[in-house]
Design a protein around this ligand. Structure first.
Ligand SMILES: Cc1cc2nc3c(=O)[nH]c(=O)nc-3n(C[C@H](O)[C@H](O)[C@H](O)COP(=O)(O)OP(=O)(O)OC[C@H]3O[C@@H](n4cnc5c(N)ncnc54)[C@H](O)[C@@H]3O)c2cc1C
Length: 389
């Protein structure tokens, strides 16, 4: 390890590795620090991604694909089911191996990576700008200098706070998630299942994602406000006891997902935030792997350009490019999430009924969204507002 780099990335998840990869391939010297012993572990994720999303960054490899999905099933509170087709395939990943492969791409591009390396503060100059990080590496305190720090330290990000960025997600927008990986169960392997209902998952949903023969990730996401009344894990246990009473439990995890619009500030004092740290998750679905990688890619590219031009005043360009690429869409998704989370059982049931009346070929997500609009026309006004403002 050197004492000085152009860019230090804190966090070796998909967003951090992708930022490191693109900064390094753009010519910057890059160090990525990961606090855990292994990249990709522990896994706190349902692991579902689209083919289209993944292939922007890496060729699908059977080594890290647990299941290939072609459709999804929505189960309404009254048990009515709609099974729309997906626009293109999706995958349920082995994220431990996927994250590893994504980090390898960063290493191949020239980034140095150190695990068991915990960043505990920024090094700052007299103006409060970041000039590196303080880290505990293999139990030794070290100071490493850099011109730019990229905070990719996930949902509990502290790097943003150190730089003076308000990156705390409000309780209203934080989803409380719990998940079990179950085995010894009967699961359709090419389908993602989603269950909705006020009693099952108030304001959120339950999922069953196939994870290879006889296995699945079974999880739930509900708002933290709801989870205060009854915990996400309690809802999940009740669901699993009912649907998979004889399952063997291989893993059990809990975690938060920031289902908010992107942080107002992604760049400050030579620090850039990517992935969950910058709230780059799709607020409707809670999916953050691919969008975090897109954020990481743009941040890495802009960091390399700023280093090449020897001009750190270029860094805010990252926020502009993110907004043009995905930020504006996430604002639309946020509006949709706010409307959907208020849907009653009756509304959800009648959306399922309307969707079932659609000819099978039209049972796409778009078709179901139109059915939802039919039930709640004010949703259209909410969405329109985003485009007009
Ligand atoms: C239960 C659950 C299910 C989910 N299901 C899906 C899904 O199906 N599909 C999907 O797309 N998304 C899903 N998500 C969201 C997805 O997991 C995240 O959006 C994604 O992992 C974000 O990537 P990231 O790189 O920003 O952060 P992370 O993957 O969280 O990586 C952050 C890394 O930073 C490291 N770190 C933190 N602090 C420090 C520090 N101080 N020093 C050094 N290293 C540090 C951590 O150890 C970690 O490795 C789910 C989330 C949860 C909780």
């Amino acid at each position: 390890m050197k004492k000085e780099y152009d860019v230090i990335v804190v966090g070796g998840g998909p967003a951090g590795s992708t930022a490191a990869r693109y900064a390094a391939s753009g010519g910057a010297s890059v160090l990525m620090l990961e606090k855990d012993r292994d990249i990709g572990y522990p896994v706190r994720c349902g692991e579902a991604v689209s083919h289209e999303g993944v292939t922007q960054f890496i060729e699908p490899d059977p080594k890290w694909i647990a299941a290939t999905v072609t459709k999804f099933r929505l189960v309404a509170p009254n048990g009515k089911e709609v099974t729309p087709r997906l626009d293109g395939n999706g995958y349920v990943l082995e994220r431990r191996l996927f994250d590893y492969a994504v980090a390898k791409l960063a290493a191949d591009a020239g980034a140095e990576i150190i695990t068991k390396a915990y960043a505990y503060d920024l090094l700052t100059d007299s103006a409060g700008r970041a000039v590196g990080v303080k880290a505990l590496i293999k139990d030794e305190q070290v100071e490493i200098r850099s011109r730019i720090v990229i905070g990719a330290d996930g949902v509990e990000s502290r790097v943003g706070r150190w730089a003076g960025i308000d990156s705390v997600c409000s309780i209203h927008d934080m989803e409380s998630c719990a998940q079990m990986t179950l085995s010894g169960i009967d699961v359709v392997q090419d389908r993602l299942d989603f269950y909705f209902g006020e009693e099952l998952a108030p304001g959120g949903y339950l999922w069953v994602f196939p994870k290879g023969k006889n296995s699945a990730n079974v999880g739930i996401g509900i708002s933290v406000e709801e989870a205060k009344k009854k915990s996400a894990i309690k809802y999940l246990e009740e669901f699993v006891d009912r649907i998979f009473p004889h399952a063997a439990m291989l893993t059990r995890i809990a975690g938060g997902v920031p289902c908010a619009a992107t942080c107002d500030t992604l760049v400050k004092n030579n620090v850039m935030l990517v992935g969950d740290a910058g709230h780059q998750v799709n607020p409707t679905s809670g999916g953050g792997i691919i969008s975090g990688m897109i954020g990481g890619m743009i941040a890495g590219q802009v960091a390399a350009e700023a280093i090449k031009a020897n001009d750190l005043s270029l860094l805010p360009e990252y926020q502009k490019r993110w907004q043009r690429r995905l930020g504006w869409r996430h604002e639309v998704f946020y509006t949709i999430k706010e409307a959907i989370s208020d849907f009653s059982n009756e509304t959800l049931n009648s959306i399922a009924e309307s969707a079932l009346k659609l000819p099978e070929g039209k049972r796409t997500l778009g078709g179901i969204f139109r059915a939802a609009l039919w039930n709640k026309p004010s949703l259209l006004i909410d969405v329109a507002k985003v485009f007009i403002s």
